[in-house]
Every structure is written in structure tokens, then in C-alpha cells.
Ligand binder design. Sequence first.
Ligand code: AMP
Ligand code: MG
Length: 301
Amino acid sequence: MAGKKKSKSKKTSDLHPGRPTKPLSKLLRLPKGPVDLNRLDTAASPGYPGSGKTDAPALTAALAPELSDLQEQLYANGRSDVPGAPSLLVLLQGMDTSGKGGVIRHAMGLVDPQGIQLKSFKAPTKEELQHHYLWRIRNALPNPGMIGIFDRSQYEDVLVVRVDQLVPVSEWNGRYDEINAFEKEVTEAGTTIIKCFLHVSFAEQKSRLAARLASPAKYWKYSPKDVDARAKWPAYQEAYADALERCNTDHAPWYVIPSDRKWYRNWAVAQLVREHLIGLNLTWPEATFDVAAEKARVAKS
Ligand code: AMP
Ligand code: MG
């Protein structure tokens, strides 16, 4: 009887009473067309199945077993030289204090660190400056089977570089198409890119900067440069809006994560990763040896 038949593959709905009300890859996907950041709510919680902050630790933790299984399957495919084994790249962009570090700790921290390749992009070094701006990005792309995390990315080259006029307009202006072509090449080589813009409000940034100055345990997170960048908020918002609009492609779309609420932000990114891993339709790699023969050998040994 079909109803009684036990399925070996676990259904995601069985595992996750707290899954989103609708896929976040639909709800948070930036629509094509002109981008007005002021119209994108920084404090919303689309798709969140709980009632608020108090549910978040449990809902996020509930994701861990499934995320961990999916990541292991991805890793297994990379390890066993499956031709065309995929990889995932979680790219994080956002103003200072938007929570790139928090997402890495709380959302990406749910999976086995052995399967993670984390790269933080700072102001380019002397060596990096001698190369094309995509050189260091290319070098940091995840290997097959891995989940790459970019804490900042190629987008800094059309954000801080544009706002601080580090190169002429004609140069940064050509970079949007170049980034789109680069991301196309990367996705065609088997890497699924999840571009997350952590959208935080001007007021929330102020309160987070003040909190960093209020506790010696948080001084290390504070940089006087953050206030300089804050002073250029409108220019940054304009640069972000352009990067989101001009690089919102089918092969590498942007997701806008409302980030005034840390608990929503962390849960949402973990969900997005889960949905993309499911979308890879992974299977366990076939044994490269004769399983029956090996069982017999082990039994005899
Ligand atoms: P943090 O992420 O707080 O450690 O800061 C890293 C700093 O590096 C930020 O101020 C970025 O704007 C800066 N940065 C990252 N990439 C670039 C780039 N391509 N050009 C100039 N500055 C950059
Ligand atoms: Mg910083």
C-alpha cells in the first residue's frame, strides 16, 4: 500500500516545521528593474514562520541537521571527483555593522567548517593592486564540493572604489558588465552564487556603532573609518542601488536581506543556503569499488 510505504528519502517538510511560509529565494529575490533602497524595508521579516525574536534560536538551530546533511553530500561529490561536481558561493555585501560577520558565525556556523572556504576582502594589498581587480576574487572561488563565503567581494570595486573615487568614472562604470560576464563564467563552471545584500537602516547602523563603543569587548569591531563611510551614506546607497540593479542577472541574482533584526537576517541566510543546496538535487556519489566484494573482505578480516 502506497500510504504505508516508508520512503527512504526524508521530506524537507517532515524535518522542518519551521520552514518559511514561502521559499525565501522567491520572497527575497530582488525584482528586476530600477532599485530604490528606501522602498526596501530593513526591518521586515518575510517568510518568517515564528512570532519573533524568541523563536529564532530554535528555528535557526532546527535547520542545522538538514543543512549539515546537504553540505556533506555536496562535499562528498567534490571529494569523489564526480565530473562537474558543483559548489556554492555565498557572497555577503552590506554597510558596516550590517552583520556580515554575524551571518558567518550564526548561519554558516551551522555546517561543518571542513566544507567551508571563507574569504574576507579588505583594501587590496600591493600585490593585489598590480593585478586586475577580479584576480584576487578568482583565486578565492570555492573548489568543487565546497561552500565558499565571500565577506565583501568584487562589488567593493564598484562601491568603495566608486564612492571614494579610487579610479576614474569611465573605469568603474565598465565594471558592472564585466562582473556580470565573470559571474556567468563562474556559474557555468558549476558554482551557484547566492548574492546577499544585508540591508540595514541608517538609524540601526548608528545604534550598532554606539553599542560597539559602549563595551570594551566590542572595540575590536569598531573602526573610526566606519564613521567616515557613514558620512557618505547617500553616496553608498546610490552605489549599492546601481550595483544591485545592474548586476541582478538570472544567472546570479541579488537577494535583499532585511537586516535590522539580526535574528531574522541569520535565519534568512541559512534558509537561502538550504534552498539552494536542495536545488542542486544532490545524490550520494556511487562507490568506486565493488561493494559486495569489499563487504566480504571486511567480514573475513
Ligand atoms: P572590514 O570588512 O570591516 O574588515 O573592512 C574592510 C575594508 O576594506 C572596508 O573598508 C572596505 O571598504 C575595504 N575594501 C574592501 N575591498 C576593497 C577594494 N577593492 N578597494 C578598496 N577598499 C576595499
Ligand atoms: Mg568593519
